[in-house]
Structure formats: structure tokens, C-alpha cells
Design a binder for this molecule. Structure first.
Ligand SMILES: [Zn+2]
Length: 251
């Protein structure tokens, strides 16, 4: 079962690569089919098998020998691994589906935000709708409305951080996509763990932000990958974090 989940994750990852690369450019995710960006060679089915084709083709286009970005391979592998990890942690359960939604966002946001500094609306909106209806059908209307409220609270907190960041650093630290993503984090995690999510994301991003500041590179920092990683890490570790927070309160 673990291997089946892994393979499904790899196949979804292959699709999310396309979503993350094409949506920001306003291209269709269906047509044209996969092709070499250099020579336009249309991939045959056996050249388009996730993970395997990259290895068989030696990481290069069969027609013009142009190297294929290793990013495809890495993201497919990561997607399969995350799906398998989520299954290992949750088994077949409602939380498993939430974790798959988060893992999907991890792949799409890693691709689109690190390449184009864009988090597209449609994957976020689809995630919000899915989460709302999963809550509605499993826990009822009250819970689903409560999750919207939690989403709003975390949304506002991150929005305030954006305003403060702008006043302090005189530059746009968080994009609109980051704030919308935080709405989803609030929906899934609730307010308490939503705050943990913001703190963890800041810690994850800090070394990279420091590196960019010292190196004095372009000041724009894609914050999305850190936020969505934080969301997944917090969601996978809620029982441990709960223990930790409770023991801290009792000190
Ligand atoms: Zn080619």
C-alpha cells in the first residue's frame, strides 16, 4: 500500500510540475502536451513516464540532447515521498486527505514561487473549497464555518506582519499569495497551531533571509516555500506540538 501511495504521489507530482510551471505564465495545463522547450519535440508516452523516463533518457531531450531540468525529477520524487510519509503518519483517514492537500500545495508552490515568485490563486481556491467541504461532511456546518473563521484570523495576522515588514524594511516582504496560503493554514490548523505555523515559517526563512541580506543579492525573497513547508511540518506533528505547548503552559 505504501508503494502504491508513493507511485500515486509521483504521478500527481508530475502533474503539479506542469501546474507550477504553466499557470504563472497563463498557459493551459492541458495543451500542448509535454514537449522539449528547445526543439519542440513532442514527448512520446514512454518519454513521459514520471521518474523513470528522466533516468532512461539520461536527463536530456531524445531529439536535441538539450538537458532536462533536474527539478522535474526532484519534485516528482519529493511528491511521492511526501504522499508516502503522510500515509505512514495518518493511514487512511480524514487527516490523510488534509495532508495530501498540503503536500500538493508544497510541490506547486515550490515550483511556481521559486521560479516566478508567484503563488497562483486557483490551487489555493481549490484547496479552500476541498477543506471546507471535507469539514462540512465529516464534522458538520459549525466546524466548517469555524475553520473559515480560523483561516480569517491567521490571514489577518500574516497581513499585519506584511504591513509591519513593509514599515521596517521598506519593501514587500510577503506577497498576496503568501497571505491567502495562510488562510488555508488557519483553516486546517486552527488558531493555536496557526500561530505555531507563522513562528516556524519565520525560523525556517531566517537563515535564507540573512544570507540574502549579507550577500546583498536582489532583496525579493520567495516566502511561499517556507510557509507551506511550515504548514506541512506543523500538521504532521500536531500531537507532539500539543504535548509541548501543554507542558510549557504548566511550567
Ligand atoms: Zn529537444
Amino acid at each position: 500500500m505504501l508503494y502504491i501511495v508513493f507511485v500515486i504521489g509521483v504521478i500527481f507530482g508530475s502533474f503539479y510540475n506542469v501546474v507550477g510551471l504553466r499557470l504563472p505564465k497563463g498557459e493551459s495545463i492541458v495543451t500542448p502536451g509535454s514537449h522539449c522547450p528547445k526543439c519542440g519535440h513532442m514527448l512520446r508516452w514512454y518519454e513521459n513516464i514520471p521518474l523513470l523516463s528522466y533516468i532512461f533518457l539520461g536527463g536530456a531531450c531524445k531529439s536535441c540532447k538539450e538537458p532536462i531540468s533536474a527539478m522535474y525529477f526532484i519534485m516528482e520524487l519529493l511528491s511521492g515521498t511526501l504522499f508516502a510519509l503522510c500515509y505512514k503518519v495518518f493511514g487512511i483517514s480524514i487527516d490523510f486527505f488534509y495532508s495530501l492537500i498540503i503536500s500538493s500545495l508544497v510541490i506547486i508552490i515550490f515550483v511556481s514561487d521559486s521560479k516566478y515568485m508567484i503563488i497562483n490563486d486557483s490551487p489555493l481556491v481549490i484547496s479552500m473549497i476541498l477543506i471546507f467541504f471535507i469539514k462540512l461532511f465529516t464534522l458538520g456546518l459549525k466546524s466548517s464555518l469555524l475553520s473559515l473563521l480560523s483561516g480569517l484570523v491567521i490571514f489577518i495576522l500574516v497581513y499585519l506582519l506584511r504591513v509591519i515588514g513593509f514599515i521596517l524594511f521598506k519593501q514587500e516582504a510577503l506577497g498576496g499569495g503568501d497571505i491567502k496560503l495562510s488562510f488555508i493554514a488557519g483553516m486546517i490548523l486552527g488558531i493555536k497551531f496557526g500561530i505555531v505555523y507563522i513562528i516556524l515559517a519565520s525560523f525556517l526563512a531566517f537563515p535564507y533571509a540573512l544570507y540574502i541580506t549579507i550577500k546583498n543579492k536582489e532583496n525579493m525573497l520567495p516566502f511561499g516555500p517556507f510557509l507551506v513547508s511550515s504548514l506541512l511540518i506543523v500538521f504532521l506533528n500536531i500531537p507532539i506540538l500539543n504535548l509541548l505547548i501543554n507542558s510549557l503552559i504548566h511550567i
